[in-house]
Design a binder for this molecule. Sequence first.
Ligand code: FES
Ligand code: FES
Length: 161
Amino acid sequence: MKTREITVTVNGKQLTETVETRLLLADFIRDHLNLTGTHLGCEHGVCGACTVLVDGKATRSCLMLAVQADGSSIDTVESLVHEDGTLHPLQQAFSDNHALQCGFCTPGFMMTLVDFLNENPNPGEQEIREAISGNLCRCTGYANIVKAVEQASEALAKQGE
Ligand code: FES
Ligand code: FES
């Protein structure tokens, strides 16, 4: 079993760990760091449930090895809530608009959308639908998710004023 030491910054904290060279980033996040908000669905890049930010970019953690993340900054869904418990505008908007049911897909949607709204703070409905086209939800449907993104983009714009 080959191992290698990696240093990553996860949710703002730098850490060094020894990992198997073939360990998936998703398994590193879930099993080594106990950050189980990142979910694994298809495990081959189709469902989007495992999406995290790697250096600010939405990335499928089932398609990346932990060793490939050496030196990177990783943000998971656990990073969204503020220290005082205040929800991130996306989390609040998903709650307000009933944009989740079982919640399995939700962390992946959130991290996809954090990157999307950073790049496109005032998106139209079609742009939102395209942005989430790589994230599968099997129980809520997408109409309420789109509404939630519209609310979150307005809230983020107000925060930035
Ligand atoms: S678990 Fe990674 S895309 Fe489905
Ligand atoms: S809320 Fe259940 S799969 Fe999306």
